[in-house]
Design a protein around this ligand. Sequence first.
Ligand SMILES: Cc1cc2nc3c(=O)[nH]c(=O)nc-3n(C[C@H](O)[C@H](O)[C@H](O)COP(=O)(O)OP(=O)(O)OC[C@H]3O[C@@H](n4cnc5c(N)ncnc54)[C@H](O)[C@@H]3O)c2cc1C
Length: 289
Amino acid sequence: MIPQSFQYESPGSLSEAIAMLQQYGEDAKILSGGHSLIPMMKLRFATPEYLIDINGIPGLSFIKEENGILRIGALTREADLEHSDFLKKKFPIFSDATKLIADPQVRNMGTIGGNIAHGDAANDHPAVMLALNATIVATGPDGEREIPIDEFFFGFYMTALQHGEILTEIRIPVPPSGTGNAYYKMERKVGDYATAGVAVQITLDDNGVVTAAGIGLTNVNPVPLRAARSEQALIGKPLSEASINEAAQYASEDCNPSSDLRGSEEYKRSIVGTLVKRMIHQAVNRANN
Ligand SMILES: Cc1cc2nc3c(=O)[nH]c(=O)nc-3n(C[C@H](O)[C@H](O)[C@H](O)COP(=O)(O)OP(=O)(O)OC[C@H]3O[C@@H](n4cnc5c(N)ncnc54)[C@H](O)[C@@H]3O)c2cc1C
């Protein structure tokens, strides 16, 4: 299908983009990689009158560590996350997740900011952000504000971003040594959205006691879901098959998948349980190496 006609704008700075968003109000939408927005416009699920393309704004694409914080610019492409040597060392979960997103063409254009701002529980980054306890940085007319990831997703395709705000950065605490993270999603075929996906980050102390755990789930709830009971089942005790099984059981109970073309509710709950176990083991292997 052909999208409805729109006016295209290409601001050269963040302040110019924010001014345009204020001027055009609800009729404007931000364009990043375009790989969720353009398909929605073609289907006329989105009919913006103004497209504010932020790709020409310098300084929004970066991956760096500063003062114990991993900082990722909103316009960083999936391909950059997939191939970053720095991320592979400390955050292999990004390579795990991005290489499962769509295909190389989509990954060359799609951005982490767009993936998160879209607010789609089927997208892979939201679960990773939950596991890593990310903070989302939104920049608007009043400057920058930080939004904890647990307050960011709150409805079907709804996020805490206010009109006039642009997601500019993601900040993630760099975890201590003894930490590992991992992501995997079950998909019907290469490039598909998740039937179910699980992101895990675990920190173990020298005695093998779990001191921190983050678990996020993909596409098994109307909004990206933190498996909070599963995290609590692991924290404060030595990791054991019993605690891992308990965490898996809680996650499969606490998610809310719907039966659809990708499988029945029961099947998806079962995948969640299996993937929670596998990703905990994978994260712990990485923590130990
Ligand atoms: C064939 C195909 C398969 C795909 N498979 C997967 C998959 O398996 N897993 C997955 O996670 N994703 C998948 N995607 C989605 C892809 O990752 C998108 O690129 C991503 O969801 C959106 O990022 P984008 O940069 O393209 O954003 P856009 O499409 O440009 O924008 C998406 C939405 O976010 C808003 N937005 C964008 N950037 C910002 C910002 N910086 N601040 C505020 N609002 C913003 C836009 O206004 C729009 O509403 C697939 C896409 C396609 C076409």
